[in-house]
Every structure is written in C-alpha cells, then in structure tokens.
Write a protein that binds this ligand. Structure first.
Ligand SMILES: Nc1ncnc2c1ncn2[C@@H]1O[C@H](COP(=O)(O)OP(=O)(O)O)[C@@H](O)[C@H]1O
Ligand SMILES: [Mg+2]
Length: 327
C-alpha cells in the first residue's frame, strides 16, 4: 500500500528506525499531510529524547495533547512512557515487614527476610512492559482521532510483548500477583493488631487492564487494514543490516510493513564536490542493494527522499518533505 493510501485509510501508523535517520521529520510531514487531507490526526512521540515539538516548531508540554496552530485537525503529544511507573508504586514498593509494622523486630527472621527479597524485586522487563502499555493505551482508549501516528515506534525489543498476550500468566505476572497478595496478607495481619483502615489497592486491576489492552492492541497492530509500520533508513550498509533485523522482528510479531523510506540521498548534480561525489557513489551502491533486497525480494514500497540543503524544520520544510514522501 502506498504511503498516501496508508495515511488516508489506516488508523495507526508507526515510524521506526535508527536514531537520526529522519523518523521525526517523516512522521511530522506525514501527520501534516494527513491532517490537511481531512483526517483528524494525533501524532505522538514516545522517544525519551523528544524532538517532535522542535520539529513542528511548537512547545509541547509532557503528556499534554496540543492542537497545532495553523493546521486544522492536527494534535501533537510528547509522552514519557516511563513516567507512568509512578502509577505502579503500590506494586513496586511492597515490603511485607513494613506492612506489618514489624521490620525491626523481625528483620532477622530468615523466612520473612526471603519474602522481603522476593517482594522488593522488580521483575526484569516490567518497566518496559508498562511503557509499552502506555502506547497501547493510546491505541485502545476511545478517542475522536481518525489517525494516530507514532514517532518512534516500539523497537523489536519492546514488540516482544505482543508475542506475550498472556504476559500476566507468565512468570512476570505471577510474581507481581504474588507480591500484591503478600502485601494484602501482611496488611491484614497488621490490621488485626492495629485496627488500621484497609488501604485501597487496585494494582491487580491495573495489571488486568494492561493485559487486556495488550490483547486488544495486538489485534489492531497486526491488522493490515488498521496499522502499518514505516521503516526509515539511510543508504548505508549498517542501516541495511539493521533494517533487515527490524523487518525480521516485525514479521515475527505479524506487524504489517508496507513502506521503507530511504532518506538523505545525495542528488545527481554537477555541482557536487569530490567529497559529496564519493558519498553519493557509496549511497548509490547501497541504494541498489536496498532496491534488490527490500523492493524486489520483499515487495516493500521504497520512498526515496533527497538530502535537503538545510535542516527540515517547521511547516514549510515539513511540507516540502511531504511532497517526496507522497508522490
Ligand atoms: N532528507 C533530509 N535532508 C536534510 N536534513 C534531514 C533530512 N532528514 C532529516 N534531516 C535532519 O536530520 C536531523 C535528524 O532528523 P530527525 O527527523 O529528528 O531524525 P530521528 O527522529 O530519526 O532521530 C534533523 O536535524 C533533520 O532536520
Ligand atoms: Mg526523532
């Protein structure tokens, strides 16, 4: 599917690739194009090193969706996925001895000591799972947007959570559930002695919700009439290798990929200096390889974008880039 049709018809588009290749520029250009073609568009940056606001030339406050002035139908948002770890404080800070108010008295008892170790441990991958959950929330929560564009899609590494719709029945989930239960149990014992009010603990609900949103989002993300992943790359050998790996991951998790943007191409002009001529030759050699592997063999639609003289920033330049992205 051509990028034009992707932007006009799908609900989710994710731009992914290495740092500095032009993801933010491509995502912002595409968002402007979609918005100006009648689609109520939300562009979300999940890259901790945010540059979406800089690219659009507006100030974006973390977590606050902002209507972009001068462009109808375009809203931009920068989120810090890790910030929502705070929502899970109840989950990550259960200390049974403290819950019982007996940490000093019983600190030396080995069984309780072991339990304490267990319950204060953060299962590996939980912060990533929660960060990914935040992205899924935007896909699964009811909203009025026709199109959600992600600047910096989940990496192959985070995508593995899609392979685990049953995250919660896996060992991470079991460990967390056990911690919540232990916390509740110790809390109950403590209340028997102190008549303290029961604290409300909704950690399990939060986790169940996360699990459900992974299951739902998986259906959407793997559906080619809803989602497409656009890979952005530059014509260099290392980028070819990396794109190959990313494609493998995406295939593994059944995420549809239709377009690959080959960005920053030196153009053929007789004004090129020797240095640039050499770079252009290197690029052309890699471009042939990219065409052979990704276009001819794997049937991806390539979009070739020239290297601009200046930075690509703000409306006019982003529009100009859009002309190359959508032909
Ligand atoms: N085709 C291009 N020509 C010239 N500059 C470009 C081009 N694509 C991207 N840039 C510039 O490269 C820098 C990195 O681009 P950006 O879109 O922020 O990359 P990413 O989001 O992948 O890190 C920015 O300064 C941008 O203006
Ligand atoms: Mg970026």
């Amino acid at each position: 599917m051509e990028l034009k049709d992707v932007l006009l018809n799908l609900k989710i588009v994710m731009f992914g690739g290495k740092g500095g290749v032009g993801k933010t520029s491509c995502a912002a250009s595409s968002a402007i194009w979609a918005a100006e073609h009648g689609r109520n568009t939300l562009i979300i940056s999940t890259d901790p090193a945010h540059s979406l606001g800089d690219s659009l030339g507006v100030e974006l406050l973390p977590g606050i969706p902002t209507l972009i002035e001068g462009i109808e139908n375009l809203t931009a948002l920068e989120i810090n996925p890790k910030a929502n770890m705070a929502e899970f404080q109840g989950l990550t800070n259960i200390n049974p001895l403290e819950e019982m108010g007996m940490e000093d008295m019983m600190g030396g008892m080995s069984l309780l000591g072991d339990l304490e170790d267990l319950t204060s441990m953060n299962p590996p991958g939980i912060d990533e799972a929660l960060a990914f959950g935040k992205i899924l929330e935007f896909i699964e929560t009811e909203h009025d947007f026709d199109l959600v564009i992600f600047d910096t899609a989940p990496t192959g590494h985070t995508l593995r959570f899609l392979g685990l719709p049953d995250t919660l029945s896996g060992w991470i989930g079991k460990l967390i559930k056990m911690r919540v239960k232990l916390g509740n149990m110790f809390g109950a014992i403590k209340r028997m002695f102190t008549r303290e009010e029961k604290k409300k603990d909704n950690s399990l609900d939060v986790l169940e919700k996360l699990n459900q949103s992974i299951i739902n989002a998986k259906d959407d993300l793997t559906n080619p009439i809803k989602n497409s992943f656009v890979i952005v790359m530059i014509p260099e050998e290392m980028a070819i290798l990396e794109t190959g790996r990313l494609l493998n991951e995406l295939v593994k998790y059944e995420i549809p990929v239709s377009n690959i943007v080959v960005n920053q191409l030196y153009q053929d002009t007789n004004r090129l200096c020797d240095f640039c001529k050499t770079r252009r030759e290197m690029q052309q050699k890699n471009l042939s390889k990219i065409r052979e592997v990704f276009k001819d063999k794997l049937n991806k639609i390539l979009i070739e974008v020239p290297l601009f003289k200046g930075e690509i920033r703000e409306y006019e330049k982003l529009k100009e880039m859009g002309e190359y992205l959508i032909k």
